[in-house]
Design a protein around this ligand. Sequence first.
Ligand SMILES: [Zn+2]
Length: 367
Amino acid sequence: MNSATPETAAPQTSGSAVYFDGVSSRRRTVTLRLSDRLDIEQDGQAVAAWAYADIRRADSPSGVLRLSSLTAPALARLELRDEALAAELVSRCASIDDHMIGRRGVAAIVGWSLAAAASIVAVVLFGLPLIADRLTPLVPQAFERRLGDVADAQVKTMFDAKVCDDAAGQRAFVKLITAIREAAGLDTSVQSGVLSSSVPNAFALPGGKVYLFSGLLAKAENADEVAGVLAHELGHLKHRDSMRKLIHDGGTSFLIGLLFGDITGSSALIFGSRTLVTSSHSREAETNADSFAIDVMHRLGRPAKPTGELLLRVTGKEGKGLSIISSHPLSEDRLTRMSRQDPPASGPPLLTAAEWKALKEICSGKI
Ligand SMILES: [Zn+2]
């Protein structure tokens, strides 16, 4: 029989696929076009464009190629069933398997899975707080980062918060957070930003993300006040408090989710993302983060007292409010602690007057 010769056929550069935007659960049938990048279109309209270098393979059943992109929302997925198109696309994505876990990673995950399994038994026997403390240092960083990405997307959706990116404001923010991060001894993997939300809050997510809501920035009167809050959150980050909290609050269902690799679909995490932002860490974790912030501010030659003043201004004397405040040490007590042995400023201001003004306006156009 004389058959067509696929060897000589031109590579297939377009075809259909299924697309999930990572924000809604809607399943869309899209057309893919392979040019100098991957264009995703629906009914002739551009939906997204992914650079080949950013595309990564995601877990999928056989017969389906499932892809994600580093620059798309964490849960965005593309599913291809057309083998010829999938093969051509894969050949263009040089880094498609870069994130795949090597042998050491597998060993770490097996170890972690065993630890998680053992811990479920231990939780029953000993209770959660102790287990959360013991288990947190064992969670691989890569896991924690993935959790952080999912929590990140959920938090932004939940609070309808956009990243504020006014150019001058962003430069001021980067200057401020870089000074604090360096004084805190943390590396450049820390990600941070200001999110537009009227809620006066700041929080740290697993995997190295720190966010300040514009509602808290609006109540701040100088850069030292904001710097201490950011330093406090970096303290939570350094102590991996968010991871500990997820294990603690998420409980056994969260551990089971981790055990079976079901991170993104875990309802425990959806619950977890909310509690990460709206409730506080343990009192002990808070006190440690405060100590860390005081230490960082002094290393910068700046006073810690203004941060205490900001928190008191936000909460009032009863100390009611959100995460950075609720069920924490009372704001008055914190202010007292931050004022104690607080030397006068010996270092230069963290921001110039113009930079502070720009930072205050970082969300202009977003709210
Ligand atoms: Zn805190």
